[in-house]
Ligand binder design. Structure first.
Ligand SMILES: NC(=O)c1ccc[n+]([C@@H]2O[C@H](COP(=O)([O-])OP(=O)(O)OC[C@H]3O[C@@H](n4cnc5c(N)ncnc54)[C@H](OP(=O)(O)O)[C@@H]3O)[C@@H](O)[C@H]2O)c1
Length: 288
């Protein structure tokens, strides 16, 4: 990848800009201003979710950017409360309305295992996936995928459907480099996306990353974003600070050596943030 507008191609031929912009924990007008700043800084891939409660403002930011809608890759996610065929269709329609658009470039099931559906996981995921397929076939979604799915959850969809996830968005950063998931995605023609590539701010405290960023003459954030790019996944850094928004995207003029890539991945000794996706959730966890 040589720049922000370079793309990966999904299994259905849809092109995905190689760096996304995260919008979790961005309330109201901050979301509009940050999205506008990201687009003017060159980002063409914007990530939101119904659970972030900012879709209206993300859509507003896109409109005010002046860049045509069809040049932006816009992603949203189905909230945990809205699994099931009818509910998922209605929930996606509501997201489209809030975002002020008649299609999404990707729509992902946000979390696989819900407390209320733990005993009927296969049935729940199949009903929900069938809704996404319907929206895809109706042209409302250009691609469909999952978020926080483990291999076993994707395998379940593969067993039941001919169209299976084109994207899987997972927690991925130096402390959780996701080597196995990235390999699984490659084998199955699924694009991996990396949420919390800056470890939700924890990256800036890691001496190892500070040392390496000094070696390359870049910021810790640039090092983390570049790490994901070189792993072949789509990083989705979030910032509400204009200089950081620009800096986080400026990752195409240096290359991390193979040896240093290994050193960064050795931070897995510190572990992932929060629970693994096998832990059932409810709708109460806003943002996931
Ligand atoms: N699918 C999922 O379940 C899921 C879960 C979590 C996140 N996501 C997506 O992934 C995106 C990114 O993850 P995230 O928001 O959790 O965290 P992140 O991108 O890893 O880190 C964001 C934090 O880093 C700070 N930051 C950003 N750039 C910086 C820089 N250059 N220097 C210093 N600090 C910097 C931000 O502060 P400021 O904003 O103050 O600049 C913010 O506190 C989300 O916004 C969301 O779109 C998806």
């Amino acid at each position: 990848m040589k720049g922000l507008t370079d793309t990966y191609t999904l299994s259905n031929g849809v092109k995905v800009p190689c760096v996304g912009f995260g919008t979790w924990k961005m309330p109201e007008e901050i979301a509009s201003a940050s999205v506008k700043c990201a687009i003017s800084s060159g980002y063409r891939h914007i990530d939101t979710a119904a659970a972030y409660q900012n879709e209206y403002y993300v859509g507003k930011g896109i409109k005010e950017s002046g860049i045509p809608r069809n040049e932006i890759f816009l992603v949203s996610k189905l909230p945990n409360d809205d699994h099931g065929y009818e509910k998922a269709i209605a929930s996606c329609e509501a997201s489209l309305k809030r975002l002020g658009t008649d299609y999404l470039d990707a729509y992902l099931i946000h979390w696989p295992v819900l407390i209320q559906n733990v005993d009927r996981l296969e049935e729940d995921l199949c009903e929900t996936w069938r809704a996404l397929e319907r929206l895809y076939n109706d042209g409302k979604l250009r691609s469909i995928g999952t978020s926080n799915f483990l291999e076993e959850h994707i395998d379940l969809l593969k067993r039941n459907f001919s169209v299976y996830p084109m994207i899987n968005q997972v927690q991925m950063h130096p402390q959780n480099p996701q080597e196995e998931m990235v390999a699984y995605c490659r084998e199955n023609n699924i694009l991996p996306e990396a949420w919390s590539p800056l470890i939700q701010g924890q990256a800036f405290k890691r001496e190892e990353l500070i040392g390496l960023s000094e070696k390359y003459g870049v910021s810790v954030a640039q090092l983390c974003v570049r790490f994901i790019v070189q792993k072949g996944a789509v990083p989705i850094p979030k910032s509400t600070t204009p200089e950081r928004i620009k800096n986080n995207a400026d990752v195409f003029s240096f290359e991390i050596s193979e040896e240093d890539m290994k050193e960064i991945a050795s931070l897995k000794k510190y572990g992932m943030i929060g629970d693994p996706p096998s832990v059932p959730r409810t709708h109460q966890v806003v943002g996931f």
